[in-house]
Design a binder for this molecule. Structure first.
Ligand code: GDP
Ligand code: MG
Length: 163
C-alpha cells in the first residue's frame, strides 16, 4: 500500500523548501507522472523506516487575481483527491491571510487528515506571533522552519504514525 502526503498552501509560504528538505535524503523526485506536473512535483521519501510519496503543489501560479484563486482551488482539490494526508502550510512571518482562510474552507470539506504547518518559525519571537494560528481550529498544528528543519521531525512523526 502506498501512502501519499500533499503539501498545500498559498504561494511563498515555503512548500517547496519543505519538499526539497524531505527529498534531500533520498533524492527521488519523480517527474512527469501525469504530464501536468508543471503544477506539481512528485517525490518519494522515508521517515522512521516508512516510505511515502510527497506532492509539492503550486509550481505554476498565474498572476491574474481571478485565475489565481481558481488555480489554487483546483490544485487543492487535486491534492485532496490524490493524498492520504495533507500538510496545510501557512507563514508565521505574514500571519493569517484571506487566501489562507479560503483554503481552510476547502480543506474542511475533505475527510482527509490535515496537519497545519505554520512555517518560518525561525525564532522565539516568531513562535510567539504564530499563536494566532490556533484560532484556525486545527487539531494537528506544528510550528516549523522548513529552512532550518526545526519542528519538521515532529510533524513527520505524526504523519508517519498513520502509515
Ligand atoms: P512556496 O511558494 O510555498 O513553494 O515557497 P518556497 O519554498 O518557494 O519559499 C518561498 C520563500 O520563503 C523562499 O524565499 C524561501 O527561502 C523562504 N522560506 C521557506 N521556508 C522558510 C523558513 O522556514 N523560514 C524563512 N525565514 N524563510 C523560509
Ligand atoms: Mg513552490
Amino acid at each position: 500500500m502506498s501512502f501519499t502526503v500533499a503539501i498545500v498552501g498559498r504561494p511563498n509560504v515555503g512548500k517547496s523548501t519543505l519538499f526539497n528538505r524531505l527529498l534531500e535524503q533520498r533524492k527521488a523526485i519523480v517527474d512527469d507522472i501525469s504530464g501536468v506536473t508543471r503544477d506539481r512535483q512528485y517525490g518519494v521519501t522515508d521517515w522512521n523506516g516508512k516510505t511515502f510519496n510527497v506532492i509539492d503543489t503550486g509550481g505554476f501560479v498565474p498572476d491574474t487575481e481571478d485565475i489565481f484563486e481558481t488555480e489554487i482551488r483546483k490544485q487543492v482539490r487535486i491534492a485532496i483527491d490524490e493524498a492520504d494526508a495533507l500538510i496545510f502550510m501557512t507563514d508565521a512571518a505574514i500571519g493569517i491571510t484571506e487566501l489562507d482562510e479560503s483554503m481552510v474552507t476547502l480543506l474542511r470539506r475533505s475527510d482527509k487528515p490535515v496537519y497545519l504547518a505554520v512555517n518560518k518559525v525561525d525564532n522565539n519571537q516568531r513562535l510567539f506571533d504564530a499563536s494566532e494560528f490556533y484560532s484556525m481550529g486545527f487539531e494537528h498544528i506544528y510550528f516549523i522552519s522548513s529552512m532550518t528543519g526545526s519542528g519538521t521531525g515532529e510533524i513527520l512523526d505524526a504523519i508517519t504514525s498513520l502509515i
